[in-house]
Design a protein around this ligand. Structure first.
Ligand code: SHN
Ligand code: NAI
Length: 197
């Protein structure tokens, strides 16, 4: 199920301190969560982030009170245990090595000016998610586009009856045309390579 979560200010636990933990820490901090990391060793880039680090191995009571838990150690048995403990404690949990055990999957994300696009492949194929993300990036409207469209929509909503419908339809067509222009640009000959012809 695809949803956008509003978890600003909530507590998150990341178990593990490697490159996956670093990616998850950046995502969670950007979303405004308070991040605690439990791992004997963490990457320097992770240590530099505004999070609390406890330099030790995982203990089952670490998940208590957490809204989000990430199991990202290099030990599959530990990740399995963290995931089971977190589920039992009612937290949302991501298992880095076997996402199907958890309740949270992390998509490839792109966005601009509040518009967000998240991509999941329904399997473990991150390079497809990354390629699709790159394809979508060029379609994102600018802040000025968005401001103009919001103003036009608000104006249309003050109208009544067929006038309102016509104004909304004109806006819909203009938005589609703008996105379509971005698509056409991305599909110029040679810009999409499907392997040897
Ligand atoms: C299930 C999922 C996790 C989940 O949802 O919890 C998952 C699983 C696994 N990834 C693996 C490997 C890598 N993943 C990345 C990068 C990303 N992986 C992401 C998502 C997901 N990865 C979810 C499915 C997404 C989907 O397909 O819908 C992205 C989009 C988001 C993010 O993680 O931040 C982010 C790109 C962000 C961006 O650029 O926008 C890189 C680095 C790179 O490519 O540069 C590598 C190393 C290269 C390689 O191996 O490909 C492995 C093998 C591990 C092993 O070695 O055993 C597994 C596990 C397995 O396959 O079992
Ligand atoms: N979802 C994804 O996109 C990806 C998932 N993976 C999976 O995620 C796992 C982790 O990958 P990396 O971050 O590259 O690992 P890594 O090897 O760089 O880091 C492992 C971390 O786990 C910590 N750790 C080990 N035992 C622990 C314990 N008992 N308690 C707390 N911390 C402990 C270590 O101190 C270290 O910080 C991989 O084993 C793989 O299964 C790997 C690459 C991408």
């Amino acid at each position: 199920m695809a949803v956008f979560l509003e978890l600003s200010g909530e507590q998150a636990l990341i178990v593990g301190g490697g490159s996956v933990a670093l990616r998850r820490a950046r995502t969670l901090l950007e979303a405004g969560l308070q991040v605690r990391v439990v791992a004997p060793r963490v990457l320097d880039e992770l240590a530099a982030l505004p999070m609390r680090h406890e330099a030790r191995t995982y203990r089952p009571d670490d998940v208590q009170g957490m809204r989000v838990v990430v199991a990202a150690t290099d030990d599959a048995a530990v990740n399995d245990a963290v995931t089971a403990d977190a589920r039992a404690a009612g937290a949302l949990v991501n298992h880095a090595g076997d996402a199907g055990q958890g309740t949270l999957r992390f998509p490839a994300v792109t966005g601009r000016a509040g518009v967000q696009v998240a991509i999941a492949t329904g399997r473990e194929l991150p390079m497809l998610a990354q390629a699709l993300r790159e394809g979508v990036e060029g379609l994102l409207p600018t802040q000025a586009d968005l401001d103009g469209w919001v103003a036009r929509r608000e104006q249309a909503l003050t109208m009544a009856g067929s006038e309102r419908e016509a104004a909304l339809e004109a806006l819909r067509l203009d938005i589609r045309a703008a996105i379509g222009a971005g698509l056409a640009d991305g599909l110029r000959p040679g810009s999409l390579k499907r392997g040897a012809a």
